[in-house]
Ligand binder design. Structure first.
Ligand SMILES: CCCCCCCC/C=C\CCCCCCCCCCC/C=C/C(=O)SCCNC(=O)CCNC(=O)[C@H](O)C(C)(C)COP(=O)(O)OP(=O)(O)OC[C@H]1O[C@@H](n2cnc3c(N)ncnc32)[C@H](O)[C@@H]1OP(=O)(O)O
Ligand SMILES: Cc1cc2nc3c(=O)[nH]c(=O)nc-3n(C[C@H](O)[C@H](O)[C@H](O)COP(=O)(O)OP(=O)(O)OC[C@H]3O[C@@H](n4cnc5c(N)ncnc54)[C@H](O)[C@@H]3O)c2cc1C
Length: 664
């Protein structure tokens, strides 16, 4: 039967060891074992079913999410799951919920911005979930502009308390996940006011609801901000609104690692940079990059399997039509996304390492790598989430009409994913941060301050401003050194050109605003260079397993040459390559697609996703698409009755009217 046979035959064609590729994808044999075991545990538990999600009303959907979260927590306790296993469980439960903000933002904020004493007081309560917290930063009037927040925290020396207040409508907290209906506590960001002087934004731990009856405490107004894009999707989350009317909290509930307020009302700065108040965002942006590879690989897995099952046109001698995956246009849209999923996986791995390294340095009072960590997390968060959101939509189109059905799993994946382009920093705003970092780095060249980390290449500015790409034949594009130089030269030249244009302005801030669209492109070029270089570095590691390294090399080259093709204007206009070399790159790309084609199904099998996680009829492991699509359609509540509700009120009268008109 079509589907079963197609995918089995595809799997038999694979030219590499899929089991070893699973280890590479997971990160280690241990991680693969944990992920495999937990994914099956979730798939086999009826409470974690997902199939009715898009048909539930908001209230039922939300209650179902609460049920799942409570059940997840119960299983975590019963099975004594480690933090790693619990995180895998959350991943495979696959539903945004208040727990994400509690574990992903509230706890990390206390850890990163609280003093030892504050951590000792609050963390045990949070770890045992005796309190549930969220991250209340964004307001109705300001999200990107954190320094523009209006909530006030005024110190009252009489009572040794802060008075938390929402002075305007636009100061209402707006968006925090978990806030609307669940959280008992929040880290609230507000302006620290002492003796009428504004000391800027800081974090405060505020209790919101009673631990007895869950009612908001006096002076606090809370609710959900309403339905969001798509059915199911992010509507499992209670993004909330919050207002304070002179709510008092003890002084020791200001997070005081960065600066302290004494009993006398004096502000004392510690030796850590004030930017640490933004530290949780660096942590979460790093996590979001890893998540991007998961979301993109999931969509790619669905589209690749379906493309091997789906046949259209091109009747062959054996009477069978062509698999759509064999069309070159399908390959040229699908395989770069497959390559991007792997590329984002490896850059995510590296970013996790970078974050851990920065954290260790911070503990030892070495703050030197914080600007680089901020630029990398901001830039890569922006690059990977934008590409993933676009990629999921492309996968939907790659699945033709059936991709538009909820049972394909793609519409809900798209709807739940796209806010990643906005939350934790709007993607353009974040690229502008990278641009500032690049301009600063360029301005310091030749000053004796050597560029570090991902900007080391800028130290070779003279060479990179003049070099000429050495490619003479298509295969030359397979050399990592050739690819790296082209990407480095493009990024260097775009940053230098931006810096030179900026220097023409008397007022640098005005110049930055005027040139911001170009600056964003320079930032994108730098971030793409990071992704390419981290993929190349990954290939320099010991990679066991028959044929595994070869497949990864092909994917790395596809990613790089696809980006080169997509941004050809940059590469040509900066003179990094010639039009002839561009056309050789394109020829090489086509040849790489042919190389990946027989391995495509095995390359998506290596993600090791269960059918439960994919929740897609089109992406089923067994390829049994058509009977299941047919079966799925009959489950729609609209098919509960043969004649629909409303027939007598609305259809019959029309038909009768038509009959009468016809008689006239
Ligand atoms: C089912 C249940 C199971 C239970 C299982 C339990 C186990 C579960 C385990 C784990 C689950 C974990 C899940 C984790 C995933 C989390 C989920 C995520 C969901 C997402 C929710 C979304 C949350 C949010 O959106 S929070 C709000 C985020 N807001 C923003 O991002 C705002 C964006 N704006 C900014 O960041 C900044 O204001 C700015 C960057 C735009 C800067 O503005 P600007 O005014 O220009 O600059 P200024 O503020 O003055 O700063 C100047 C200097 O500071 C430097 N700088 C800026 N930002 C940073 C930074 N973050 N770090 C370091 N330095 C920074 C900047 O470069 C300037 O430096 P300079 O040297 O002066 O140039
Ligand atoms: C699903 C979801 C969950 C969220 N969860 C939380 C949460 O838990 N806690 C929390 O505190 N917040 C949360 N947020 C809020 C989120 O962090 C902000 O929405 C985000 O930071 C963007 O800010 P904004 O809404 O103010 O966008 P704006 O800044 O108003 O953006 C609007 C437009 O203006 C552009 N723009 C803005 N500034 C500039 C500039 N300087 N230069 C050029 N263009 C600019 C942007 O690119 C964008 O196109 C969440 C948001 C969403 C969608």
């Amino acid at each position: 039967m079509a589907g079963f046979d197609d995918l089995a035959s595809e799997r038999s064609k694979a030219q590499f060891d899929v089991e070893e590729m699973k280890v590479i994808w997971a990160g280690s044999r241990h991680t693969l074992e944990v992920s495999d075991r937990i994914s099956r545990l979730v798939a086999n538990d009826p409470v974690f079913r997902k199939d009715t999600r898009t048909m539930l009303s908001r209230k039922d959907l939300f209650k179902n999410t609460l049920r799942k979260a409570a059940h997840a927590w119960k299983r975590i306790i019963e099975l004594r799951l480690s933090e790693e296993e619990a995180a895998e469980l959350r991943f495979y439960v696959d539903e945004p919920a208040f727990m994400d903000l509690h574990w992903g933002m509230f706890i990390p904020t206390i850890k990163g911005q609280g003093t030892e004493e504050q951590q000792q007081k609050w963390l045990p309560l949070a770890y045992k979930m005796k309190i549930i917290g969220c991250y209340a930063q964004t307001e109705l009037g300001h999200g990107s502009n954190v320094q523009g927040l209006e909530t006030t925290a005024t110190f009252d020396p009489q009572t040794d308390e802060f008075i938390i207040h929402s002075p305007t409508l636009t100061s209402s907290k707006w968006w925090p996940g978990g806030l609307g209906k669940v959280s008992t506590h929040a880290v609230v960001y507000g302006r620290l006011i002492i003796d009428s002087k504004d000391y800027g934004v800081n974090g405060f731990i505020v209790q919101l609801r009673s631990l007895d009856d869950h009612l908001p405490l006096p002076g606090i107004t809370i609710g959900d901000i309403g339905m969001k894009f798509g059915s199911g999707a992010y509507n499992t989350m209670d993004n909330g609104v919050l207002r304070f009317d002179h709510v008092r909290i003890p002084r020791d509930q200001m997070l005081m690692r960065v600066s302290q307020v004494t009993r006398e009302g004096k502000l004392v700065q510690s030796n850590v940079p004030w930017q640490l108040v933004y530290g949780t965002m660096v942590y979460v942006r790093q996590k979001i990059v890893s998540d991007a590879s998961c979301a993109l690989s999931r969509a790619v897995c669905i589209a690749t399997r379906y493309s091997a099952v789906r046949r259209q046109f091109g009747l062959q001698s054996n009477g069978i039509e062509t698999q759509v995956i064999d069309y070159k246009t399908q390959q040229s849209r699908l395989f770069p996304l497959l390559a991007s999923a792997y590329a984002f996986r490896f850059v995510g791995e590296w970013l996790k390492w970078l974050y851990m390294d920065v954290n260790q340095r911070l503990q030892a009072s070495d703050f030197s790598t914080l600007p680089e960590a901020h630029a990398c997390t901001a830039g890569l968060k922006s690059l990977t989430t934008s590409a993933t959101a676009d990629g999921i939509e492309e996968c939907r189109k790659l699945c033709g009409g059936h991709g538009y059905l909820c049972s394909s799993g793609l519409p809900e994946l798209f709807a739940v994913y796209i806010p990643a382009c906005t939350y934790e920093g709007d993607n353009i705003v974040l690229l502008l941060q990278v641009a500032r970092f690049l301009i600063k780095t360029v301005s310091q060249l030749g000053s004796g301050k050597e560029p570090v980390g991902t900007t080391v290449y800028m130290g070779r500015v003279e060479q990179l401003m003049q070099c000429h790409c050495a490619v003479q034949k298509a295969e030359d594009w397979l050399k990592p050194s050739v690819i790296l130089e082209a990407f480095e030269a493009r990024s260097m030249r775009m940053s230098v050109a931006s810096a030179q244009n900026l220097a023409k302005f008397d007022n640098q801030e005005e110049g930055f605003l005027e040139l911001s669209a170009d600056l964003v492109q320079a930032a994108v070029a730098h971030c793409q260079l990071i992704v390419v270089s981290k993929f190349i570095e990954k290939l320099q590691q010991d990679i066991p397993g028959k044929g595994v390294k070869g497949q990864l090399e092909a994917l790395c080259n596809i990613y790089a040459l696809f980006i080169l093709h997509k941004h050809l204007g940059d590469f040509l206009s900066t003179g990094c390559i010639t039009p002839k070399q561009a056309s050789l790159a394109n020829a090489q790309l086509r040849s790489l697609y042919s190389q990946v084609r027989p391995n495509a199904i095995a390359l998506v099998d290596a993600f090791n996703y269960t059918d439960h996680y994919l929740s897609s009829v089109l992406g089923r492991y067994d390829g049994n698409v058509y009977p299941k699509l047919y079966e799925e359609a009959w489950k729609d509540p609209l098919n509960d009755s043969v004649v629909p509700d409303g027939y007598q009120e609305y259809i019959q009268p029309i038909l009768k009217q038509q009959l009468r008109n016809a008689r006239l």
